[in-house]
Ligand binder design. Sequence first.
Ligand SMILES: [Ca+2]
Length: 202
Amino acid sequence: MQKRSIAKIIASIAIIAGVGLIGIGATYAYFTDQASIPNNQVSTGNLDLSLDHSQGKPFNLVSICPGFVGNWEWVNLNNTGNIPMDAFVWLQKTGGSTVLYNQLMIQLAESGADHLCGTGDDVQIYNGPLGDLDQIHEVKTSDVYHHACGPNHDIGPGYHQTLCQRISLPSSAGNDVNNQSVTFTEWIDAEQGLCGVGCGGC
Ligand SMILES: [Ca+2]
């Protein structure tokens, strides 16, 4: 009998506990509500460089001699993407005479606001042997282009930069370059620029 009474008591406690849990659950049935902000998006900018193969590109200089000074030629670096870019230029010899390659000289300049090469507002980028232009040189842009993207040397989206170029063969080159030829590739590297105010999200 005693065991049965204890069992009844335990059963009663269990029922009471169960009722208590239901009561607790009901206590926390608060009102709730929810709102949302849909259509969040993240996208990356488009870095896109295109070149106008402009006056004198590629170089095709035939039968030149020591003392030769070429005409100013140029290529346009177009920012056809939607973020600012920095541009860098370098050369890579692809065949022929290393002696001639190292004797040839090249001047690189940014055209300035007048878009003309060989005028007073040109900004020199490089002046030396082709053979030493295997390191990248930044195409620093003139002030007229800065305003698009802050105080950096960026080419703004929709803008272009004119890169002026002139090749010469010094009179001191001598017979070492007699009857020689060389080929090379000109590379333009583009890199995302640092943004100023109003220049997008990069
Ligand atoms: Ca100029």
